[in-house]
Design a protein around this ligand. Structure first.
Ligand code: PAF
Length: 280
């Protein structure tokens, strides 16, 4: 198995992409790759075909971490990540360091995520989505893909990336890929590795809450939230928010497609999850 071309600089990336010269799809990651990332890579391959180019970016973006968050301890198992990319038949891995991606220091001009950027995750993590959208815009412009794939696990991120490309006329197609879960329902996340066995058991309350919410859809939006909330009364699960919204995170509709979103702290680990809800 020949592994992917590893580009550490923007010049190496440009060379690798010029050599490939085919339709391409990018999967942006912060490394610590798991089955959820593999699902994104496979969906990327489906979109571009055997002759297309699948690009994975690996960069732990300091701009999107707040003071006191886990930037320093965020896992960086690069050799293992590279092996995952090789197994998935990825063509190019772009793994710049901070000086390469932010050569003039941290950017002064950044992407302002608008009102949605201050809600839900943004209310708890000020500046987070400006940091995410700024690096996503840069990585889109450096990789110039036909498609960029993002997991539905970070549903607000996916929604804001879609909104950014629409509002700013960025010519990239954004594709959402369903969340991958463990057999017991836990949504895959690079941060799950921080959980102790007891915390991991407690963390199942999030996916249980989403299932309970979906099960109450026939009784209307309030019943959805109430059923979900009843599953979150676990001592060691400290809920940041539980909200029902519309599919683009507008206020929840009375009928039709909606999204139930939850965030909670379990021990020192902050977890998020969400699910589609169909309100009859
Ligand atoms: O979802 C992530 O891993 C990150 O937010 C992203 C999209 C790679 C930007 O740093």
């Amino acid at each position: 198995m020949t592994g992917p071309v590893v580009a550490r600089t923007r010049d190496d990336l440009a060379d690798a992409l010029a050599a490939a010269e085919t339709v391409s799809a990018v999967v942006m990651t912060m490394g610590a790759l798991h089955e959820g990332h593999r699902a994104l890579m496979r969906a990327a391959r489906e979109l571009v075909g055997d002759d297309g180019t699948v690009i994975v970016t690996v960069f732990v973006n300091p701009l999107q971490f707040g003071a006191g968050e886990d930037f320093d301890r965020y896992p960086r198992p690069f050799e293992t990540d590279l092996a995952v990319c090789a197994e998935e038949g990825v063509d190019v891995v772009f793994a710049p360091d901070e000086a390469e991606l932010y050569p003039g220091g941290r950017p002064e001009v950044t992407i302002e995520p608008g009102p949605l950027g201050a809600e839900l995750e943004g209310a708890v993590r000020p500046g987070h989505f400006a940091g995410v959208l700024t690096v996503v815009a840069k990585l889109l412009n450096l990789t110039v893909p036909a498609y960029a794939l993002f997991g539905e696990k970070d549903y607000q991120q996916l929604t804001l990336v879609r909104r950014m490309t629409a509002d700013l006329e960025l010519p990239y197609e954004i594709v959402g890929v369903p969340t991958v879960r463990e057999d017991d329902g836990l949504a895959l996340s690079s941060r799950n590795r921080y959980l102790s066995p007891d915390e991991r058991t407690a963390a199942l309350a999030l996916s249980r809450a989403l299932r309970a919410g979906a099960g109450a859809a026939a009784s209307g939006p309030e019943a959805v939230v109430a059923a979900a909330a009843a599953e979150l009364t676990v001592d060691t699960v400290d809920v940041d928010y539980l909200e029902l919204r519309g599919p683009a995170l507008e206020p929840a509709p009375d009928h039709g497609p909606a999204r139930l979103l939850v965030a909670a702290r379990v021990g020192h680990t902050r977890l998020i999850d969400n699910a589609a809800i169909d309100l009859p």
